[in-house]
Design a protein around this ligand. Structure first.
Ligand code: NDP
Length: 449
């Protein structure tokens, strides 16, 4: 075993013990650390500076109590989190997730991924993530507002435009960001627009931010296909989820000539062989905050099936998991391959298990990992920060063009790095290594502390 392999093993062995109750974080760390041995062979200085061991430990984890009252005046207590993982290349940056499954391990996994994703965008942003086990589903606007206000009563001490800039994620959309920003402004008595991103357009938000993760995913897919002499036109596509990422991924896929035939939510999935009518989905999910099953009432050719994971049994050319982590396991990956899928790209964070990714690679399926393919959201958040600092608004087209260029650059960086290190066509390795190099070199330049 080389020195580099030995160090990677020791770091992971220690982490397995220290983080044994954080399986998602271990899964994310394992994938990255496993990719790095060949890089470390060429860079003994990273080993001397203990970069790997320092990288897997968050700079700061904040866990706090959030007490709030529902409409019946019943008191509830939730847990809030902010993990400030790495600030080598810029202020911590990453979304906040409100979902009952949230715990410290989930936020650490997301924050860890964010370090490399943010580095890949080429923009000056470090890695962080936050959230709560609060479930906004079924709550009134007043309840969501009271929760957000109480959440910010603690979080405000830990964030700032030059320190840590949260954004949305699952369960945190325009409504939640509005409430969070409103109370931040009140507590701080200052209009510090750059402290949060995903804001409304009337108070410092950026055009194209809400579309950015979904659109960016499709720009990335377009680059992957172009590289192999193909295009999205005429391809049948499955998109899981029906939230922010899924809706705008569907919109851009349709615009580029693809046919999206299936979408899901946490209860089940719809299959429309005629192609999903997005206006109906928007009406149900964005306006009525209803269930995806209602779609079939308006579209008699479509079918609904309970069990959200069954979406991966639908036959298609392209699969875009855009709901949550570990949606595609080994069996579903095999099913996708059997059904003739040619490309899988991740809109959600870590939606494919390591076994599933291996199946895709073994079968020469083009595979776009989350930290490259879904980086459009955070990249556009960084563009929102830039506009806030300049006190200017760019047009939709200006932001969209920049996003397109950023996604094309990320694709080039990940694929050329993969090739340089002997992993041609393996974008997992390429993205991990390219993201790592910038952060590691910066940590080295900034010294050991
Ligand atoms: P939303 O809350 O807008 O939508 C999430 C969708 O996924 C909903 O349809 C939801 O179903 C479904 N879903 C969520 N959790 C689960 C679960 N545990 N099991 C089954 N279905 C689930 O979130 P986003 O679209 O913003 O985020 C989706 C994914 O994309 C997440 O992994 C997120 O981290 C990632 N991401 C988001 C970015 C952004 O800019 N928003 C940026 C980069 C990554 P239901 O409606 O039933 O709850």
């Amino acid at each position: 075993m080389s020195r580099a392999e030995q160090v990677c093993k020791e770091v992971m062995d220690k982490l397995q013990i220290k983080s044994k109750h954080e399986p998602e974080f271990l899964q994310a760390a394992e994938e990255v650390v496993e990719s790095l041995a060949p890089v470390l062979e060429h860079h003994p200085e990273f080993l001397d500076a203990g970069i790997i061991e320092r990288l897997v430990e968050p700079e700061r984890c904040i866990v706090f109590k959030v007490t709030w009252m529902d409409d019946q005046h019943k008191v509830h207590v939730n847990r809030g989190f902010r993990v400030q993982f790495n600030s080598a290349i810029g202020p911590y940056k990453g979304g906040m997730r409100f979902h009952p499954s949230v715990n410290l391990g989930i936020i650490k996994f997301l924050g860890f991924e964010q370090i490399f994703k943010n580095s890949l965008t080429g923009l000056p942003i470090g890695g962080g993530k936050g959230g709560s086990d609060f479930d906004p589903k079924g709550k009134s606007d007043a309840e969501v507002m009271r929760f957000c206000q109480n959440f910010m009563m603690e979080l405000y001490r830990h964030i700032g435009q030059f320190l840590d800039v949260p954004a949305g994620d699952t369960g945190v959309g325009a409504r939640e960001i509005g409430y969070l920003y409103g109370i931040y402004k009140k507590i701080r008595n200052t209009f510090e627009a750059g402290v949060l991103t995903g804001k409304g357009l009337t108070y410092g938000g950026s055009l194209a931010r809400k579309q950015a993760t979904g659109y960016g995913l499709l720009y990335f897919v377009d680059e992957m296909l172009k590289d192999k002499g193909m295009s999205i036109r005429g391809k049948e596509i499955i998109v899981s989820g029906s939230g922010n990422v899924a809706i705008y991924a569907t919109e851009k896929a349709q615009e580029l000539g693809g046919k999206v035939v299936a979408l899901s939510d946490s209860n089940g999935f719809i299959h429309d062989p005629d192609g999903i009518v997005l206006d109906s989905v928007r009406q149900i999910k964005e306006i009525e905050r209803g269930r995806i099953s209602e779609y079939v009432k308006h579209h008699p050719n479509a079918t609904y099936q309970e069990g959200w994971k069954n979406i991966w049994g639908v036959k298609a050319d392209i699969a875009l998991p855009c709901a949550t982590e570990n949606e595609i396991n080994e069996d579903w990956a095999k099913k996708l391959v059997e059904n003739g899928v040619i490309l899988v790209a991740e809109g959600a964070n870590m939606p494919s298990s390591p076994e599933a990714i291996k199946i895709f690679h073994d079968n020469k399926i083009m595979f776009g990992p989350a930290k490259a393919a879904n980086a459009g959201g955070v990249a556009t958040s960084a563009l929102e920060m830039t506009q806030n600092s300049m006190r200017l608004h760019w047009t939709f087209d200006e932001v969209d063009q920049k996003l397109k260029q950023i996604m094309a650059d990320i694709y080039k960086r990940a694929s050329s790095t993969a090739e340089e290190y002997g992993y041609k066509d393996n974008l997992v390795k390429g993205a991990n290594i390219a993201g790592f190099l910038k952060v590691a070199n910066t940590m080295l330049a900034q010294g050991v502390f």
